[in-house]
Design a protein around this ligand. Sequence first.
Ligand SMILES: NC(=O)N[C@@H](CC(=O)O)C(=O)O
Length: 378
Amino acid sequence: MASSIAPTTLTIAPPDDWHLHLRDGEALEHVVAATALNFRRAIVMPNLKPPVTTTEQALAYRGRILAAVDKACMSGRYSEADCAQMRQFQPLMVLYLTGATPADEIDRAMVSGAVHAVKLYPAGATTNSDAGVSDLLGQCSAVLARMQALGMPLLVHGEVTEAHVDVFDREAAFIESVMKPLRSRFPSLRVVFEHITTRQAAEYVTDHATRDAQGRLLLAATITPQHLLYNRNALFRGGLQPHWYCLPILKREEHRLALIKAATSGLPQFFLGTDSAPHARHLKEASCGCAGCYSAPYALGLYAEAFESVGALQTTDAFEAFTSRNGPAFYRLPVNPGRFELRRVPETVPERLPFVTDSGIVPLRAGETLTWSVTARE
Ligand SMILES: NC(=O)N[C@@H](CC(=O)O)C(=O)O
């Protein structure tokens, strides 16, 4: 229950985004500034075309991201203060796991210092997942053993892909048929259950977040703003709503409530991952629309709103743990120095933002007014 004394200012350590799609080329140039401004670091997903499967490709991609930040700063569209923020942005790179990834690729990734994780896309589960894995323990045991030995995290898109499993049940089915066997075979593997969407996933991560001999967490989960704010009715409100379509798909209200409980719990295994996934407007508003919500520019306000909806902003502790503290602890990185301030200053999300084609891109909550906005970044 929200108390009558509603806070007006939130001061937090600078946040990170632990699950982000930045794309490449011109698309990258359009979206990178929003993240560089609002987050100090981001785990950058490797589902490009072709996917980022080697350390060499990841390093080259990292260079293109930093060059795109630089180009945005040189464009004259951002103030000097904003550019000073943007130039602090660090992309944390991820390799795309395939059935052919060799174990020594993990050695190269560790040595690089720039690759922070390996991503499992079950083949066919989501955007650009065709090169993903069809039989995890059958195809990838050697590479998983090396990751476990070296402490390289596995980031998991947790959905089964069998046609007979209902799309709304695919995450819960994954826990039983993949996650549990994986963690029982590799009990010391560091795992992030990405963009969780169900009560079953929230409970699994709450109850089974084991720790290593040094007391460090071996299991965590990211949660998106859309899964905290919406249930599956949002997909059908007055007609088909393609901009609310992402994978894993929005679920029933009971699941949203379980995610809110997990995110606001302060438990260290839950942290911010927007899964901001840009697709041009005409590719979403199409007869076969792409999956993904574009949330990066307004993500912090959206999360604040989700926390406030259950009275979880009375102190900033749980909010800051989720946005800025739990992620670095899991990834064994320092909390960002400095501070961000959010205020109760209304901000209207534009109907459209510029993107690679004239159709533009539609951000999550386009045309609506948010309660919270970022008012200072230091
Ligand atoms: N979330 C999505 O719906 N889409 C993501 C892929 C993913 O993370 O599943 C994308 O790359 O577009």
